[in-house]
Write a protein that binds this ligand. Structure first.
Ligand code: PRX
Length: 653
C-alpha cells in the first residue's frame, strides 16, 4: 500500500514548454477529440500514411473477441521501412547508426539497408524459406538482426525473435512451438566485455529441434585468428551469413501480404509455465507502430532516435525497427551493457551521435541514478529534446532525476504504457499537449480507449481497479500461436458479461483528472527489470531439479529492478539444504530459462503454507518476502508453517 500512498501524494505537474509546443507535430487537443468522435477514421488516416499495393475495403471488422483491420488491403512491411525512402531525399540518410560494445561502429543508410535486406531475403529463399514459414532469430544487437527481420518480412516469412539472453532450452521451446524452419544466429555477441556464445547455445537448443533445416551464422567476432571455439559449423546445416549473401542480387521482389497476414510471433511470459507466442499482423501492427512512433516521440526528419531496448523484446520490434524505419528515421542501435567500459556509456553515445530522443526503461534510470550524477555530467547532452520511459512503473523520484539530470529540465518525458500484446503504445502523453505528472502514464492516446473497472465490470472513475481496453485497435495481438482458446481465456474472459473487453493483466489507479497510474500486474506474472517473467515458469524450472520437491516463486520489491524473485523451496527426501545447493539452484534456473529469471532469494523450507484444499498461499509468501506484517492466516491448513518461514526468512539462514 505504501506505493499507492506515495503515488497519491504525487501532485507535481509539468506542462509542455512553450518552445516545445511551438515546434511539436501535435500541439493541441483536437486530435484527441476527433479520434474519440470517430476512432476508425483516425486509424484509417494513420493506415493511409503507409504505402499499400492495394487499398483496404473495410477498416475494422470486430466480432469480439476477434478483430480484423484493413481487410482487402495488401502491403509489405519491408517496402514501408525501406523502398519508399530510397526513391527520395532519404536515400542516403542514416537509417541505423550502430555501435558495438567493443567500440566498433557502422552506419547503414536507407540505401544500404535496402540492398542488404534484399540480398538476405534472396538467401533465405534459396534456403527454402517460403511465405508463411517461421524463421527464428537469436542474435546480438547488430544491424544484421534488423536486416534479418526485414528480409523475412520481404518474402512473407514470419519471424520469431528470441532474446539472446535466453537459455538453449528456452530457445528450443520457442523454436518447437513455432516449428521454425531456419534459425539465424551469430557466433557471439559482446556483453560486459565477454562473449555470449550464441551459436554454442543454439547448437544445444537444436539437439531437439527437428523442424530446423538450416542455420545462418553471422560472424560477429573478428575473423582474425580463426577462433572456431564459438562456432563449429555443421556441414549442410550451418552457413555463414557472408557466404549465403555473397552472390545474391540486391533485388528481391516484395511479397504482397494481406493486411491480416502474420508479420511476426514474439513469445512472452504468461501465468503458466509455457510462454505464449503473441501473433502480430502486417497491416494493423505496422499502422499502430508507425503512428505511435510519430505521435508519441514527435518524430521529425532530422531526429536521432535511440530506443535502448533489445530487439528480443517488443519494444525493440516496434520502436527500434518497424516504427522508426517506417517513418524514415535515423536510429541508434547499441550492442552492449550501459556500464561498459564505464558507467557513462549511454551518455557518451548520446553525445557522439547527437541523440535527440532517448527511450529507455525505469530499471536503467534507477541504476544511472545510483551510479551518480557525475557520469551524465561529463557529457554534452544538449541535443536531447525528448525522453521516454517504458516497461514498468517509473517512480516519481526516478522520473524527476531523468528530467533534471538527463533532460536538463528542458525535455518532456513520455511514460509509455503498453505490452507485447498491444503491439504499440496505448497510454502515454502526447509531448506537445499533455501535462505530465511524474509516475503517471497519463491517458490513452488518440485512437485508444481504456477504463478502470471492478471485478463486475463496473467503471471506477476515481480510485483503484483493473485496467481494461474497451475498443479494439489495429496493432492488438490477433491470437496466441497455435492456441486461440488461451488467447480468448487470457485476454477476453476477465468479465464474463463483457466478452468485448480486453484485460491486460494490470491494476491501476485513476485520479480526478482521469490520469492513469499503473500499479503493476495483478496475475502471477512479474516484471523484473522491465522483463516479464511468469512465476510458474520459474517454479517449473526449479522442480525439474532432482533435489526439489516443491517450489513457490513470488515477487518482492527491488530498489533497482522494480521487482525481484524470491523462491520458497522444499527438498526431496535425502537432500540437505546448503548455500552450495542454493547457488546450484539459481544457476539451474539460469540454464533452464536465462539469467534474468534467477531468483534473488531462495529459502529452503520443510513445508509451504497451503490452504486446506492444498493451494499454495502466495499472498503470504509475498508478505514474508517483503518483510510485511502477515495478512490473514486463518485459512491455512497449518498456521505454524508460515511463522517458521517468516522467522527463517528474516534470519536468511
Ligand atoms: O505491467 C505492465 C508493464 O509491463 C507489462 C508488459 O510487459 P511486456 O509485454 O514485456 O512489454 C514491455 C514493453 C512494452 C505491462 O503489462 N509496463 C509496461 N510499460 C509500463 C508498464 N507499467 C507501468 N508503466 C509503464 N510505462
Amino acid at each position: 500500500m505504501s506505493e499507492i500512498d506515495a503515488l497519491l501524494q504525487e501532485n507535481r505537474k509539468f506542462a509542455p514548454s512553450r518552445e516545445f509546443r511551438r515546434e511539436a507535430l501535435v500541439s493541441d487537443d483536437s486530435l484527441y477529440k476527433s479520434a474519440a468522435a470517430d476512432p476508425e477514421a483516425f486509424w484509417e488516416k494513420q493506415a493511409g500514411e503507409l504505402q499499400w499495393f492495394e487499398k483496404w475495403k473495410s477498416v475494422c471488422d470486430w466480432k469480439a473477441p476477434h478483430v480484423k483491420w484493413f481487410e482487402g488491403g495488401t502491403l509489405n512491411a519491408s517496402v514501408n521501412c525501406l523502398d519508399r525512402h530510397v526513391t527520395g531525399a532519404r536515400r542516403n540518410k542514416a537509417a541505423l547508426i550502430w555501435e558495438g560494445e567493443p567500440g566498433d561502429r557502422r552506419t547503414l543508410t536507407y540505401w544500404d539497408l535496402y540492398v542488404e535486406t534484399q540480398k538476405f531475403a534472396n538467401a533465405l529463399t534459396k534456403l527454402g524459406v517460403k511465405r508463411g514459414d517461421r524463421v527464428a532469430i537469436y542474435m546480438p544487437m547488430i544491424p544484421e538482426t534488423a536486416i534479418a527481420m526485414l528480409a523475412c518480412a520481404r518474402i512473407g516469412a514470419i519471424h520469431s525473435v528470441v532474446f539472446g539472453g535466453f537459455s538453449p532450452e528456452s530457445l528450443r521451446d520457442r523454436i518447437e512451438d513455432a516449428k521454425a524452419k531456419v534459425l539465424i544466429t551469430a557466433d557471439g555477441g559482446y556483453r560486459r566485455g565477454t562473449i555470449v556464445p550464441l551459436k554454442r547455445n543454439a547448437d544445444k537448443a537444436l539437439e531437439g529441434c527437428p523442424s530446423i533445416e538450416h542455420v545462418v551464422v553471422v560472424q560477429r567476432r573478428p575473423a582474425a585468428g580463426g577462433d572456431e571455439a564459438f562456432a563449429e559449423m555443421r556441414a549442410g546445416r550451418d552457413h555463414w551469413w557472408h557466404d549465403v549473401i555473397r552472390n545474391e542480387p540486391a533485388k528481391c521482389e516484395p511479397a504482397k501480404m494481406k493486411a491480416e497476414d502474420v508479420l511476426y510471433i514474439l513469445y512472452t511470459s504468461g501465468t503458466t509455465g509455457k510462454p505464449k507466442g503473441i501473433v502480430h499482423t502486417t497491416g494493423g501492427y505496422l499502422t499502430g507502430a508507425a503512428a505511435t512512433t510519430k505521435l508519441v516521440f514527435d518524430l521529425k526528419e532530422d531526429d536521432v532516435f535511440w530506443c535502448t531496448a533489445d530487439v528480443g523484446w517488443v519494444t525493440g520490434h516496434s520502436y527500434l525497427v518497424y516504427g522508426p524505419l517506417a517513418n524514415g528515421a535515423t536510429c541508434v542501435m547499441y550492442e552492449g551493457a550501459p556500464d561498459w567500459p564505464e558507467k557513462d556509456r549511454f551518455w557518451s553515445i548520446c553525445e557522439r551521435y547527437g541523440v535527440t530522443i532517448l527511450y529507455t526503461a525505469p530499471t536503467a534510470i534507477r541504476a544511472f541514478m545510483k551510479w551518480g550524477d557525475q557520469w551524465p555530467a561529463k557529457h554534452d547532452l544538449s541535443q536531447l529534446r525528448l525522453l521516454g520511459s517504458v516497461g514498468e512503473p517509473i517512480n516519481p523520484e526516478a522520473w524527476i532525476w531523468y528530467q533534471q539530470k538527463i533532460g536538463g529540465g528542458r525535455c518532456p518525458i513520455v511514460d509509455t504504457w503498453w505490452q507485447t500484446e498491444t503491439g504499440a503504445i496505448v497510454i502515454s502523453p502526447l509531448p506537445g499537449v499533455t501535462e505530465t505528472k511524474p509516475g503517471s502514464a497519463t491517458m490513452p492516446l488518440p485512437g485508444f480507449s481504456a477504463a478502470l473497472l471492478d471485478a463486475n465490470a463496473k467503471e471506477i472513475k476515481v480510485g483503484g481497479g483493473l485496467l481494461a481496453l474497451t475498443r479494439p485497435w489495429p496493432s492488438i495481438a490477433r491470437t496466441i500461436w497455435g492456441d486461440d482458446a488461451r488467447y480468448v481465456q487470457t485476454y477476453f474472459s476477465k468479465w464474463p458479461n463483457r466478452p468485448d473487453l480486453y484485460f491486460p493483466g494490470d491494476g491501476a489507479k485513476r485520479d480526478e483528472d482521469g490520469y492513469y497510474w499503473i500499479l503493476g500486474r495483478v496475475d502471477d506474472v512479474l516484471n523484473v527489470a522491465g522483463h516479464r517473467i511468469g512465476t510458474m515458469e520459474v517454479e517449473s524450472a526449479l522442480v525439474e531439479h532432482p533435489a526439489v520437491a516443491e517450489a513457490a516463486v513470488v515477487g518482492k520489491s527491488h530498489e533497482l529492478k522494480g521487482q525481484a524473485l524470491a523462491a520458497f523451496v522444499t527438498l526431496r527426501e535425502g537432500f540437505q539444504h546448503s548455500s552450495d545447493l542454493r547457488d546450484e539452484l539459481r544457476d539451474f534456473v539460469g540454464e533452464k530459462i536465462g539469467a534474468i529469471a534467477k531468483p534473488d532469494d531462495i529459502l529452503f523450507s520443510a513445508d509451504l503454507p497451503k490452504t486446506r484444499s492444498g493451494k499454495i498461499m502466495r499472498r503470504l509468501l509475498r508478505d514474508i518476502a517483503e518483510g510485511r506484517a502477515m495478512g490473514d492466516t486463518s485459512t491455512l491448513a497449518d498456521p505454524n508453517v508460515v511463522a517458521a518461514l517468516k522467522e527463517q526468512y528474516e534470519g536468511k539462514e
